[in-house]
Write a protein that binds this ligand. Structure first.
Ligand code: SF4
Ligand code: SF4
Length: 199
């Protein structure tokens, strides 16, 4: 397993789009950005949050792929689809609980964040985390993060009856439970309540 962890803290995102631009610079996906910058509730707030692949321990995307096109590295990073195998059916796009994979029509293939595996596998930060000015995207030792930040970094989510454990962590306020019940409390509500109390 990697010693560094990837932690996303939505409350720290300032919507600058640096991560989107940096991701697009990566030559392995031909100038297309794989990170999504989402508005939480645009009619009420300008708060944004970056969405990367969460690298689920048991990835739903790979389970529903009829062509076995989505592989997981030995250290648990879920790769984008293999071009020779992907049939462009979009099963993974529909099944991912975090809404991460996108069908790329010009190349007829699903594309998604692979945590810059060419970089992270040799100890470098993913492109997005190198440029994020507010550390909404953090990649490094978890104890360093814990010394500097408040909040609870969780990596367990429940969608209805499905419990999903991920390699990427999401930061919630300290008083929140260790597992996020996404089906019961929409994620944006947690973040919205926390945005007046920046970490
Ligand atoms: S977040 Fe979605 S795309 Fe990423 S590993 Fe999990 S199911 Fe697959
Ligand atoms: S670089 Fe960081 S602060 Fe800027 S939009 Fe991306 S996540 Fe938000």
């Amino acid at each position: 397993m990697m010693q560094s962890v990837f932690i996303v803290d939505p409350a720290r995102c300032i919507g600058c789009q640096a991560c989107v631009q940096a991701c697009g610079e990566c030559g392995t996906h031909r100038g297309v950005s794989m990170i999504h910058l989402e508005y939480l509730q645009r009619e009420e707030t300008v708060q944004t949050t970056p969405q990367v692949c969460m690298h689920c321990e048991e990835p739903t995307c790979a389970r529903v792929c009829p062509a076995d096109a989505i592989k997981q590295t030995p250290d648990g990073v879920v790769q984008t689809s293999l071009k020779p195998r992907c049939v462009g059916c979009s099963n993974c796009v529909l099944a991912c609980p975090f809404g991460v994979p996108k069908y790329d029509a010009p190349v007829d293939q699903m594309m998604k964040c692979d945590m810059c595996y060419d970089r992270t596998s040799v100890g470098k930060k993913p492109m997005c985390a190198t440029v994020c000015p507010s550390e909404a995207l953090y990649f490094g030792p978890i104890d360093t993060w814990q010394k500097r930040r408040r909040g609870r970094a969780i990596n367990e989510f429940r969608f209805g009856k499905q419990v999903v454990k991920t390699q990427v962590y999401l930061v919630l306020p300290d008083d929140k439970p260790e597992r996020l019940e996404v089906g019961l409390v929409p994620l944006q509500n947690w973040i919205k309540k926390d945005k007046d109390n920046p970490r």
